[in-house]
Design a protein around this ligand. Structure first.
Ligand code: SAH
Length: 241
């Protein structure tokens, strides 16, 4: 009994210590450690069948941690296999989801891409690193400003960030090659389909409680819809009328 009690206490202590060690474990901090963390992230993506070499290279190069606002950067692993908080109740998407959506959409250098839900700016940076001309809309002005600043500091001058409501699309009459939506609407936003060129494609998480990635292709005025993975995104909220 006594021995068991001791064993129990030792186990509780050991568990508590290991939890403490995890919580207090410093996340990778030096440039070399960040690069090594990115390399591990890319290996994981490749093991999950992300095949596009240019995309893997972009994810190996873009410093994901810098897109996470400073107050959140060291409270979780920026290169971990999960989404993470960026403030205002919003998240930066899991690296695999960024890679998967980008690969499914297919990006060619010089293409005009509209992103809805700039958030941290990381997805926009990946598209820009692939040579796209990126237009990104974020409804929370502080996040739009944060993303604009990091993208500028990182030299991504092929990204424009607008603080506004994505349901309204890009204000100028631009026709996009592709649209990527990174917040979930309940229905496909009509204005975004209108801003797609003929032959263009859009990828978005669709639904409220249960969501799926959906890929829409616009062909001769018709929309082809392909359903894909189940996902979980923050809702695409409506702006003020
Ligand atoms: N692409 C982001 C992750 C997006 S999280 C990244 O790489 O970090 C989803 C974002 O969509 C949030 O920042 C949220 O504020 C924004 N959002 C929600 N509804 C929106 C709307 N109607 N228009 C534009 N942005 C919206």
């Amino acid at each position: 009994m006594l021995r068991n009690g001791l064993l129990y206490r030792t186990l509780v202590l050991a568990t508590a210590l290991s939890l403490f060690a995890c919580a207090g474990k410093p996340v990778d901090r030096t440039a070399g450690e960040r690069a090594a963390a990115r390399e591990r992230m890319v290996e994981l993506l490749a093991s999950r069948r992300i095949r596009d070499g240019a995309l893997l290279e972009a994810m190996r190069t873009v410093p994901r941690h810098l897109f996470i606002p400073e107050g959140y950067r060291d409270t979780y692993d920026p290169y971990g296999d999960h989404p993470g908080p960026i403030g205002y109740g919003q998240t930066i998407s899991q690296p695999y989801i960024v890679a998967y959506m980008t690969e499914r959409m297919g990006v060619k250098p010089g293409e005009k891409i509209l992103e809805i839900g700039t958030g941290s700016g990381y997805q926009a940076a990946i598209l820009a690193a692939l040579g796209a001309e990126v237009y990104s809309i974020e409804i929370i002005p502080e996040l739009a400003e944060h993303a604009r600043q990091v993208l500028k500091d990182q030299g991504f001058d092929n990204v424009r960030v607008l603080a506004g409501d994505g349901y309204r699309g890009w204000p100028d009459d631009i026709v996009f090659d592709a649209v990527i939506v990174t917040a979930a609407p309940a229905e496909i936003p009509r204005r975004l389909i209108e801003q797609l060129r003929d032959g263009g494609r859009m990828i978005l998480p669709l639904g409220t409680w249960s969501q799926r990635l959906v890929i829409c292709r616009k062909r001769g005025g018709e929309i082809e819809i392909e359903e894909d993975l189940p996902v979980r995104f923050v809702p695409m909220v409506r702006g003020e009328e």
